[in-house]
Design a protein around this ligand. Structure first.
Ligand code: SF4
Ligand code: SF4
Length: 377
């Protein structure tokens, strides 16, 4: 069953965050309203799944308010991932026209400290987000927060959780940054060891706070066949070109050697069902190839970070060759499962560090191209 669809309304954005993975060289793209309307018509047969409206900054779509009216008229619930742009101007209209179909807003916080947050997301961003949050709190409209766990924010996770608890966030997501040239150049990309450290800290915070704290997709999983909500097709993603894609994480990665490899079909040229069928074939091929790599001992320990493996498979991280000392080149092989013949045969699966042996609590469908572009939040 399709639980949700992420929709990248536009690639426009008024910010230049230092960890942004979006390929700005492509120029701005806006999802044509006709394509969206056609998609919405087809969603009736899909049980009107929940929509995650994202960007770029989705409120910068030239027909943003009209688009929201279309979504409401189609009977879908939605949440809006926004950096707070034009929030004061748009809030009343969104709440009035959407009613309960507006499930929540999602904002990004890099730090509980204004200077640290603005150092990553640009001057004035912290106040913009906190202003939007206070409007939501005053009007009793649910909101969630996402934080990218960079080398910079790693020591500040507890402070972020504490602030979000005080602000009354419905949920806090922590997400690892996607591999992309910009955060790499800025020294913001965490190593595999730092990611495991972050995951232990996030688990600790989850026990410590009453706040619902979750770790977004891309976290370590000791089993190589972890299937996120996109690979199990519980979530779909449509980009601003009107293409059905594997997922939001792989979409528009800057510096990709295979740009567009994540797009499986144009919804201008195919029905949703046709595009869905192509997606199923692509995922089946991906899964078969991963199984083969596993059998042949070609998977490494770093491939247990599933988004990193996907980024490699779909040709998004060739630029990492410019960083020969990166720990992401680690080639410690993940030994394939061995079947012992005869009675009492055992399938021995290799596992990564025991400290992260269980998948963290993960909400369906979250994304992390930058978390504020997240599908789920
Ligand atoms: S991370 Fe999000 S808000 Fe920041 S520049 Fe990228 S798209 Fe814009
Ligand atoms: S990149 Fe991450 S979110 Fe996308 S399909 Fe792979 S594991 Fe899932």
């Amino acid at each position: 069953m399709i639980e949700g669809i992420g929709i990248e309304l536009t690639t426009r954005c008024d910010r230049s965050c230092r960890h942004c993975m979006q390929d700005r060289e492509q120029g701005p793209r806006d999802l044509p309203r006709e394509v969206l309307r056609h998609l919405l018509q087809q969603l009736k047969g899909y049980g009107r799944p929940h929509l995650g409206i994202t960007g770029g900054e989705p409120t910068m779509h030239p027909e943003f308010t009209g688009v929201i009216e279309d979504i409401v008229a189609a009977g879908c619930s939605y949440h809006l991932v926004t950096n707070g742009h034009r929030f004061g101007e748009l809030f009343n209209h969104l709440v009035r026209c959407s009613g309960e179909q507006l499930a929540r807003f999602c904002f990004s916080l890099e730090s509980a400290d204004e200077a640290s947050h603005d150092a990553v997301r640009g001057s004035g961003s912290f106040r913009q987000v906190l202003g939007a949050v206070s409007v939501c709190a005053a009007r009793n409209v649910p909101f969630t927060v996402q934080t990218v766990v960079t080398t910079r924010s790693l020591p500040e996770l507890e402070a972020v959780a504490s602030l979000c608890a005080k602000l009354g966030a419905a949920r806090l997501f922590f997400a690892h940054p996607l591999h992309s040239p910009q955060p790499a150049k800025e020294g913001l990309l965490t190593s595999p060891a730092q990611r495991l450290e972050a995951e232990r800290e996030i688990a600790r915070l989850g026990d410590m706070f009453r706040l619902d704290i979750q770790l977004a997709v891309g976290h370590f999983c000791p089993y190589p066949f972890y299937q996120c909500s996109f690979l199990s097709m519980r979530q779909l993603f449509v980009n601003a070109d009107g293409e059905l894609c594997i997922c939001c994480q792989l979409s528009r990665c800057a510096g990709a050697e295979a740009p567009g490899s994540e797009a499986v079909a144009s919804l201008e040229e195919s029905s949703l069902a046709q595009a869905h069928r192509k997606l199923a074939s692509t995922i089946a091929r991906f899964t078969k190839d991963k199984l083969q790599a596993y059998e042949e001992g070609a998977l490494n320990k770093v491939d247990l970070f599933p988004c990193f493996y996907c980024q490699k498979y779909f040709g998004k991280v060739g630029w990492l060759q410019r960083y020969p000392d990166s720990p992401w080149h680690e080639a410690e092989p993940l030994r394939p499962a061995a079947t012992v013949a005869g009675p009492g045969s055992t399938l021995i699966a290799t596992a990564g560090p025991a400290a992260a042996a269980e998948p963290q609590r993960v909400a369906p469908g979250e994304r992390g191209r930058s978390p504020d572009d997240s599908v789920a939040e």
